[in-house]
Design a binder for this molecule. Structure first.
Ligand code: SAH
Ligand code: DHB
Ligand code: MG
Length: 231
């Protein structure tokens, strides 16, 4: 590990570059700014994706031409809004949230973004909502974003696959955790969950998998990508 002062300088630099990128290629976004302000006012934890990551999610949904998006872990709806903006007319995003306080803030933010018509929030433990969606035989999703409790990721993957089609992109946030994921002796339940999730991806021949480390205003973390080749 590099010394702490060098890490601190890095975080400051990553944040400055994130700000530069946002200023250079992202227009002012009063809707997302208002969502963050509402989250802060409601004391929600500031663990949303960063603005530049949100733009990346939107771009992925566009590349994927996603008509149906599933999100596991809504918080205040920041990533929900970013993803839902990529939907074509008639498209739908279903987002799953356990905490009614978070859900209430998210629904207001989503309505303020003019996306209420496209977003359905299901309140409750994600595992129950996933089983319910499957029981309802909903159409498969084109993109699935896993971003709820990290220890739950290994349990979410089989349900994500049940709700997929060949071609679906399953994306998971926070799989690097300050590099903790590379340490087999790390017992942080979030790290253990991420490691198990990545092992499951690697062991599944139906999936084409990649991991990207990220740095920025939200620190050092990363995304896991799994492209469903067949089912
Ligand atoms: N995707 C959001 C951040 C989500 S933070 C964004 O980037 O803007 C993780 C969220 O998952 C929290 O709101 C938390 O309440 C929720 N969560 C935790 N455990 C859950 C569970 N078992 N089922 C559904 N949601 C859960
Ligand atoms: C945490 C959760 C997130 O989804 C995230 O992006 C960062 C941190 C957390 O629970 O600590
Ligand atoms: Mg996250």
């Amino acid at each position: 590990m590099p010394p702490a002062d060098s890490l601190t300088r890095s975080e400051a630099l990553w944040t400055a570059v994130d700000r530069y990128v946002a200023e250079t290629l992202m227009a002012p976004d009063p809707v997302l700014d208002a969502a963050l302000a509402a989250n802060t006012a409601a004391n929600l934890p500031a663990i949303d994706v960063s603005p530049t990551q949100g733009r990346f999610l939107q771009l992925l949904a566009q590349v994927q031409r996603a008509h149906r998006i599933l999100e596991i872990g809504t918080l205040g709806g920041y990533s929900t809004i970013c993803l839902a903006r990529a939907l074509p007319p008639g498209g739908q995003l279903v987002t799953l949230e356990l905490d009614p306080r978070h859900a209430k803030v998210a629904l207001a933010n989503i309505a303020h973004a003019g996306l209420a018509h496209a977003v359905e929030l299901r309140l409750g433990p994600a595992l129950q909502s996933l089983a319910q969606l499957h029981a309802e035989r909903v159409d498969p999703f084109d993109l699935i974003f896993i971003d709820a409790d990290k220890p739950g990721y290994p349990d979410y993957l089989p349900w994500a696959l049940k709700l997929s089609r060949p071609g679906t992109l399953i994306l998971a946030d926070n799989v690097i955790r300050d590099g903790g994921v590379a340490d087999p002796n790390n017992t942080d339940p979030a790290v253990v969950g991420a490691r198990r999730y990545l092992e499951m991806l690697a062991a599944d021949p139906r999936l084409s998998t990649a991991v990207m480390q990220t740095v920025g205003s939200k620190g050092y973390d990363g995304f896991a990508f799994a492209h469903v080749l067949s089912l």
